[in-house]
Design a protein around this ligand. Structure first.
Ligand code: C2E
Ligand code: MG
Ligand code: MG
Ligand code: MG
Length: 288
């Protein structure tokens, strides 16, 4: 409750004039409670080598097992957290859980690097790199086994101290990935200067790629950019074999999408590790 009192969302709250704000406040309080009662869970989606279908990593994707509303996707609740410092707690929770999973899988003979999505506020928090470092040491996970995904729009905001935080994370040895790439307008010199290890091509450029000359040209350009700047290029949202084939032809080596596996609860990750790139089944909802 003390932390709520400092939240800007609460200070600006005027119930009589802001019904949307009231709803947001309820969601915020519920989410705060959810974090403490284990209702937030991670699902994991594999990233695969496109040629072989072999899993080369997993991305943690947050879900809220809501007592009344069922399994919620991030779009339904994360924006409420991102408006306050609650997102810092959410990110720490996700990092802790994802690193614990990585250690657990490793003990079962499955050594997979994990990717975690972070928010704008994390990148603007000077204490964030220390928190990441502490969690890595706590779990005994080498920094280069962790990738932090940041959307292109966030990376481009350039507000102090985001660039310093990004550099500190890179200096720790953590890999940084530019998520949803192709939806923003990053100047190329900036792209070269950012301490990135990876570009993830947004879903929207992959959907319909088979019949769209422009999308194929854009993806080819991103693949070339990745080659020049020495970045891994990952295609998101692959849903069909013909999309996979086009991407391989364009020189993209790594991908992710329902075609290979939907996000699954951590306990099922062993099921998706098929060497032949066949689709795996799961209980995850594909709606939304
Ligand atoms: P993202 O990081 O770009 O993740 C990819 C999204 O595409 C995920 O949605 C995933 O379920 C979905 N997806 C995967 N394969 C396919 C496919 O073949 N087709 C289509 N149409 N979609 C596919 P999800 O899980 O709803 O997450 C949405 C976004 O929420 C993520 O986009 C990420 O930006 C954010 N997010 C997820 N988990 C976290 C988290 O723990 N922290 C933060 N800060 N953001 C998160
Ligand atoms: Mg991501
Ligand atoms: Mg993405
Ligand atoms: Mg995306």
């Amino acid at each position: 409750a003390a932390r709520h009192a400092r939240s800007p969302a609460v200070e600006n709250y005027r119930p009589a004039h802001d019904p949307a704000g009231a709803e947001r406040l309820t969601l915020h309080a519920e989410l705060d409670a959810a974090l403490r009662t284990g209702q937030l869970v991670l699902h994991y989606q594999s990233t695969v080598d496109l040629a072989t279908g072999r899993t080369v990593g997993v991305e943690a994707l947050l879900r809220w097992q809501h007592p009344r509303r069922g399994l919620l996707r991030p779009a339904e609740f994360l924006p409420a957290a991102e408006q306050s410092e609650l997102i810092g707690l959410v990110t720490s929770y996700v990092l802790d859980a994802a690193l614990a999973s990585a250690v657990h899988w490793r003990q079962k003979g499955i050594a997979l690097p994990v990717s975690v999505n972070i928010s704008a506020r994390d990148l603007h928090d000077p204490s964030f790199p220390d928190r990441v470092d502490t969690l890595l040491h706590l779990h005994g996970v080498p920094a280069d086994r962790l990738t932090l995904e940041i959307t292109e729009t966030t990376l481009n905001s350039r507000l102090y101290p985001a660039d310093a935080v990004a550099k500190k994370l890179r200096d720790l040895g953590v890999r940084l990935s530019c998520d949803d790439f192709g939806t923003g307008t990053t100047p190329l010199p900036r792209l070269r200067d950012l301490p990135l290890a990876e570009l993830k091509i947004d879903n929207t450029l992959i959907a319909g790629i088979v019949g769209d000359d422009d999308k194929r040209a854009i993806v080819a350009a991103v693949v070339e950019l990745g080659r020049v700047f020495d970045l891994t290029v990952v295609a998101e949202g692959i849903e069909r074999q013909d999309e996979r084939e086009v991407l391989i032809r364009l020189g993209c080596t790594t991908g992710q999408g329902y075609y290979f596996s939907p996000p699954v609860p951590g306990a099922l990750i062993g099921d998706v590790l098929r060497p032949d790139g066949e689709r795996a089944t799961s209980s995850d909802t594909r709606s939304g």
